[in-house]
Design a protein around this ligand. Structure first.
Ligand code: AG3
Length: 278
């Protein structure tokens, strides 16, 4: 008998992935966490029925979410990652040699445990001594956090505990937590299905940041296969010149599979329907 994982959206979009077996299936205090071995796409992490990551394509999302903001900071030292208990974003953040501290604020310790046990390709860097894992509600943590050079919001969809991470109050607290040259990035959903999420995030962030830019990245295992992120900066422009990005990319010794200075700039180009909506 063949075993398949399926995710669908109210619009009628659906994803179907063939599985070999279930590696873990737990109900935490906050959510249901399932980890599967797929038959051809590596491991698949699902929370409350929604794909969080698949080994096949997680690099596109994690690389863009971390490197676009961090390369627009001259030397990020203290970085906060919100959500992202799988460790994928932390892995990319730590690739920047200037980073001395990466604080992972994940509300659900079970996500961290499951990923540490079964997803070493993604979570492996969580044991780096520069990493501090805080089990807390990020909205609360953000209110008193200070002196971060970069904050990367790797949340799930804006329902349940993640909803507050898409509010004006959270963006304001986030800005307070940043240093004067501070940068941030957040995930903001599919441009086809959740256009209002992107529009809301861009508007909310524009009240706090000088530079705000949405960007597009393909993630084949997320709804519609096309995803959006929004990056914001208090200091440098997010569309920094290609020469400067290349210089920093080389100097930092980054090795990436999706991110490149050229991809960085290309991802900032917006299709007219999105530009109009903004
Ligand atoms: N962050 C974004 C997941 C959103 C997926 N939504 C969905 N499948 N409906 C996931 C965490 C990756 N580090």
């Amino acid at each position: 008998m063949e075993l398949w994982f399926e995710e669908s959206t109210p619009e009628g979009w659906g994803l179907k992935v063939r599985l070999e077996r279930t590696l873990e299936s737990v109900q935490s205090q906050f959510q249901r966490i399932d980890l599967y071995q797929t038959s051809g796409m590596g491991k698949l992490l699902v929370i409350d029925g929604k794909v969080q990551l698949c080994e096949l394509d997680e690099f596109t999302y994690h690389e863009m979410l971390a490197h676009v903001p961090l390369l627009c900071h001259p030397a990020p030292r203290r970085v906060m990652v919100v959500g992202g208990g799988d460790g994928g974003t932390v892995r990319e953040v730590l690739a920047h040699p200037s980073v001395e501290r990466a604080v992972l604020v994940e509300i659900d310790p079970e996500v961290v445990r499951v990923c540490r046990e079964h997803l070493p390709t993604v979570s492996g860097r969580l044991s780096d001594p520069r990493v501090e894992i805080v089990a807390a509600d990020a909205a609360e943590y953000m209110r008193t956090a200070r002196d971060f050079d970069a904050i990367v919001v790797d949340s799930s969809d804006p329902v349940g505990p993640s909803e507050v991470l898409f509010s004006g109050e959270f963006y304001s607290d986030l800005r307070q937590a940043l240093t004067p040259q501070g940068v941030m990035a957040m995930q903001s959903g599919s441009p086809f299905f959740y256009l209002d999420q992107i529009v809301g995030a861009v508007r909310g962030l524009k009240e706090q940041f000088r530079h705000v830019r949405p960007l597009i990245v393909p993630v084949p295992t997320y709804p519609s296969g096309t995803w959006s992120l929004v990056a914001a900066s208090l200091g440098e422009d997010l569309g920094l010149g290609v020469e400067e990005l290349v210089r920093r990319y080389r100097e930092r010794g980054l090795r990436t599979r999706w991110y490149s200075p050229q991809m960085h700039l290309a991802s900032l180009a917006l299709p007219p329907f999105l530009e109009q909506a903004l």
